[in-house]
Design a protein around this ligand. Sequence first.
Ligand code: PEP
Ligand code: MN
Length: 264
Amino acid sequence: KLVSREFHGEDLNVEVGDVSIGNGKFAVMAGPCAVEDRSMIEESAAFLSEMGVRIIRGGAYKPRTSPYSFQGLGRKGLELLREAADRYGMKTVTEVTGEATLEAVSSLSDIVQIGARNAQNFQLIQRVASCGKPVLLKRGFMNTVEELLLSAEYIAYGGNMSIILCERGIRTFETSTRNTLDISAIPLIKMQSPLPIIADPSHASGRRDLIIPLSRAILAVGADGIEVEVHPRPESALSDSKQSLNFREFERLMQELKSLVDTR
Ligand code: PEP
Ligand code: MN
């Protein structure tokens, strides 16, 4: 298989302009769950760039469990994320939820994210493979490691080797966290595949008080980075309020990470 160690022995890095994922660095992709309006994404980008973050996240098309929940700003959200990132020289990552909006997402974002709910939407994945942008592929919460690697294989087979894998927690019987971070998946994937792998402690736990300890674990097992939710005012966030770090908490996380690893 194209994404196996047998086929490609050495670690692969993903280059996003002047930012690389892999390469012995620890990439921090941070930002709000969703782009809510111009001022909050602007405020987030200003703060995050000051913290040394090179890749800002923010959802424009949100896959919400309830149809009554905030669905994201759509194309306007993509534009606001782009505008804020450009002002501070940052790269962007945002999720594509369907083929109809892939053109908009891939033309306005530096990295295209495939979310957990679409981790086995093979038609969408095949389209994303040929969109010309690096892909952040999140593990489905019901997917095995083998299934995740086969989803990645679709992207590679489609001619795109710029793939970043992401462990974001799986469904288990445990109810005290939103999902269960499968920490073993990280070293397991490192053994089986040369692709960079990051983890998302926010969606894995659903709790802001677990983000720092989980990030320590993620770093310790050899991941290439994290994707983490940060909001200027988490208590009033329109989505994932309980798992978003505020600026002060994020600063603590970054200080700790910077003392241990190269986050640039
Ligand atoms: C996200 O990162 O915005 C998200 C919805 O994550 P996941 O697909 O892992 O649930
Ligand atoms: Mn979220």
